[in-house]
Design a protein around this ligand. Structure first.
Ligand SMILES: *Cc1c(COP(=O)(O)O)cnc(C)c1O
Length: 377
């Protein structure tokens, strides 16, 4: 219902309602922790908590017991530190993009821990540690075959031969990242695991972190001391092709603005891309590609109303979607009625599939014009 927080007037100013179940995010952290047995479950809250709001999601995860957070960028780390300010002891916040000279004051003021991705980043963080005459914490990222971030093999050789490059630092963690974790049978997983194990054996002994959401489901050999799930916390299925082990977190409901009856050969929307073949009832709802309802869903997506699927017809506009609601009972069709664009049961993965993308992109595209309501446990 649009009235969960008693502010109907506020919702009327918006086209759609995004409900985020913080209790379900906490439940997901518990489920992943249980699967990890002895290993610790961190929380990845980059990209504004995968589009759901790091300021809300971060504290909820901390209340569920998360003590280690990962974000992509220093600006995200600074904002997260503020959102987590009330917590004792202060959670660790790791910055995946690493460190650059000039950011020392930021990192220290907020107690951010850089994930050092290269010899250059190690040297820069060490220079900063020298300048402040204090040992500074860091994680070391080794590239195990993704060729994206992390020390490449040649840089690992240099570091292994000269571990003094870490003097003045307090390394907390050595980590790497899986390229194909959501494909359990992909041999790349075992290859990366073997490379990571061999690589970390060449460095001073440190706790290790390897698994993202899907990596946790590859088995205990992938868990190490700290796992770094992101997307599974937010309800996306980390085991594609198998039942989703996670609780669902988001529901997206958009308001019907207008309902009309059309008949052949009337067309619908931009480009006159859809032509009615016969008597058709069309509902126009208040969300569009500007809200992250991707244009690739034109003529492909479906919404749900009174439990009945209503296919998207015609192109997605910036602010509007047109649905074929011919099968929906007339009493459910009136301006102001809400249609599910993301159903609470399985809507996220279904929508991603229809859009030809992944749940990650659906989440991080969720619009800023939605009325957002957070449910706590
Ligand atoms: C984004 C990211 C994660 C989290 O991945 P999910 O697939 O969302 O669980 C973990 N580690 C690194 C390095 C990442 O970039």
């Amino acid at each position: 219902m649009p009235t969960t927080d008693g502010r109907e007037g506020d919702f009327l100013r918006h086209g759609a309602l995004l409900t985020v179940d913080l209790g379900a995010i906490q439940e997901n952290h518990r489920r992943l922790s249980a699967r990890l047995k002895g290993s610790t479950c961190a929380a990845v809250v980059k990209a504004d908590g995968y589009g759901l709001g790091a300021a809300q999601v971060g504290p909820a995860l901390a209340r569920a017991g998360a003590r280690d957070f990962f974000v992509a960028l220093p600006c995200e780390g600074l904002a997260l530190r503020e959102a987590l300010a009330a917590l004792e002891p202060a959670p660790r916040i790791f910055i995946l993009s690493g460190f650059e000279a000039g950011l020392g004051a930021d990192f220290q003021a907020a107690g951010l821990v850089p994930v050092l991705n290269s010899l250059g980043q190690i040297a820069a963080w060490r220079d900063h540690a020298r300048s402040v005459e204090a040992p500074l914490p860091a994680a070391i990222h080794l590239d195990s075959g993704m060729s994206r971030l992390g020390l490449p093999p040649a840089e690992l050789d240099v570091l292994a031969a000269d571990p003094g490059r870490l003097d003045g630092l307090e390394p907390l963690l050595v980590m790497s990242h899986l390229a194909c974790a959501e494909e359990a049978e992909n041999p790349k997983n075992r290859e990366q695991l073997a490379l990571f194990q061999a690589a970390r054996a060449r460095l001073p002994a440190l706790p290790a972190s390897f698994a993202n959401s899907s990596g946790i489901f590859l088995g205990p050999g992938y868990h190490f001391e700290l796992a770094r799930p992101g997307v599974a916390l937010y309800g996306v299925n980390p085991t594609p092709g198998q039942p989703n082990p996670m609780a669902q977190v988001v529901r997206l409901q958009a308001r019907i603005l207008q309902v009309r009856e059309i008949d052949a050969p009337t067309t619908v929307g931009y480009g006159a891309a859809f032509r009615a073949a016969g008597p058709t009832r069309i509902a126009t709802v208040a969300a569009g590609y500007a809200d992250g309802y991707l244009r690739s869903l034109s003529d492909r997506g479906s919404a749900f109303l009174a439990g009945i699927a209503a296919p998207v017809v015609g192109r997605i506009s910036m602010d509007l979607i047109t649905l074929d609601v011919t099968q929906v009972p007339a009493e459910s069709l009136h301006p102001g009625a809400l249609v599910d664009l993301i159903q609470p049961e399985d809507g996220l993965d279904r929508l991603a599939e229809e859009a030809g993308t992944i749940g990650y992109e659906i989440l991080t595209s969720l619009g800023r014009r939605y009325r957002r309501v957070y449910h706590s446990a």
